[in-house]
Design a protein around this ligand. Structure first.
Ligand code: HEC
Length: 103
């Protein structure tokens, strides 16, 4: 019985993108504004038309690192500055956990 529990726990930890501090359910709600750009078919903005990186299936750690870099203006992109600035660390973790969880 203890062995089963241990392997379940281990399996959970080994899931790609699983992060202890990110809650994908909260992230789904918080990511709604992001989906207008990052969730479109073909991953391009409708108007003006430009390419947007695909976030689904991306590693949670990568997404958090990118958001922090935009918020700190280490990455240059006006749109993403505006989006990242308003997020708390918890928001970033939740959103990252959500995007990491789907294709
Ligand atoms: C108006 C469109 C738009 C919205 C809304 C938007 N983004 Fe972005 N996002 C972009 C574009 C365009 C880029 C590419 C910027 C660049 O070249 O650095 C980008 C880049 C990113 C990246 C880096 C991806 C990579 O592969 O390096 C992340 C992470 C990201 N966005 C997360 C978010 C999150 C989270 C939200 C919601 C809080 C959001 N974005 C909202 C347009 C948008």
């Amino acid at each position: 019985m203890r062995l089963i529990f241990a392997s379940l726990l281990l399996g959970g930890l080994l899931l790609p993108g699983a992060q202890a501090d990110g809650d994908p359910d909260a992230g789904k709600y918080k990511a709604q504004t992001c989906m207008g750009c990052h969730g479109t078919p073909g991953y391009s903005n409708v108007y003006p038309t430009y390419h947007v990186p695909k976030l689904g299936g991306q590693h949670a750690e990568y997404i958090v690192a990118a958001l922090k870099a935009y918020a700190a203006k280490q990455r240059a992109h006006k749109t993403m500055h505006a989006n990242a600035e308003s997020l708390s660390e918890q928001d970033m973790a939740d959103i990252a956990a959500y995007f990491a969880g789907f294709e």
